[in-house]
Design a protein around this ligand. Structure first.
Ligand SMILES: [Ca+2]
Length: 196
């Protein structure tokens, strides 16, 4: 093989880089090597060419959608491979986690210990791959927001009343001998009128 790049005169334009290849040679722009940030979008790859402006900016179109053409203003937008309702990329017992320029499939993260007492675990497709929420009939504890308790365990009722759990809510009932007056349970012995 002859190295044409070593020939005199130089076989390429002075602004071009000569690359010797088997049986021939290539003249490519030096733009991409001279300035690694030629493409504004960090996910676009600068590819030297022999014609035009000497380069193109290419997103990996398996992983990104490309807009704004293929020069330095090319914009690469991540493809969310994990979009519901149908995820084509991961197995049915896996969770898909999207990332910029890719995605991963991981085992479902929920297990019986993951979320703690009175909580339900849901596999989700964003990091860390699971979410915890209160089981039906339970609410976030006012003492410790990591825990879920029965509504009455948050002591929502005022003095002299009893609390009854009622689904995700509660009912307050004045104790025996007390009567609700202006949203306060007042001792009946303190009431000196016909409402007694
Ligand atoms: Ca992605």
């Amino acid at each position: 093989d002859i190295n044409e790049c070593a020939n005199s005169p130089y076989p390429c334009l002075s602004t071009q880089r000569c690359t010797n290849i088997q049986g021939s040679y290539q003249c490519l722009s030096a733009v991409c090597t001279a300035n690694p940030n030629t493409c504004n979008d960090a996910n676009a790859q600068c590819i030297s060419t022999s014609q035009g402006s000497g380069y193109t900016c290419n997103c990996n179109t398996n992983l990104f959608t490309q807009s704004n053409g293929n020069q330095n203003n090319a914009v690469c937008t991540d493809i969310n491979e994990c979009l519901l309702p149908v995820n084509l990329y991961c197995g049915s017992s896996q969770v898909c986690l999207n990332s910029i320029g890719g995605f991963t499939c991981q085992a479902e993260q929920c297990n019986s210990e993951r979320c703690g007492l009175n909580k339900l675990c849901t596999n989700i497709n964003v990091q860390p791959g699971y979410a915890c929420s209160c089981a039906p009939g339970f609410v976030t504890s006012l003492q410790n927001s990591n825990n879920c308790v029965l509504p009455c365990d948050n002591n929502p009722c005022q003095a002299n009343s009893a609390c009854t759990n009622n689904g995700n809510s509660f009912t307050c009932t004045c104790n025996s001998g007390f009567k609700l007056v202006n949203n306060v349970c007042v001792g009946k012995s303190l009431l000196h009128n016909e409402n007694k």
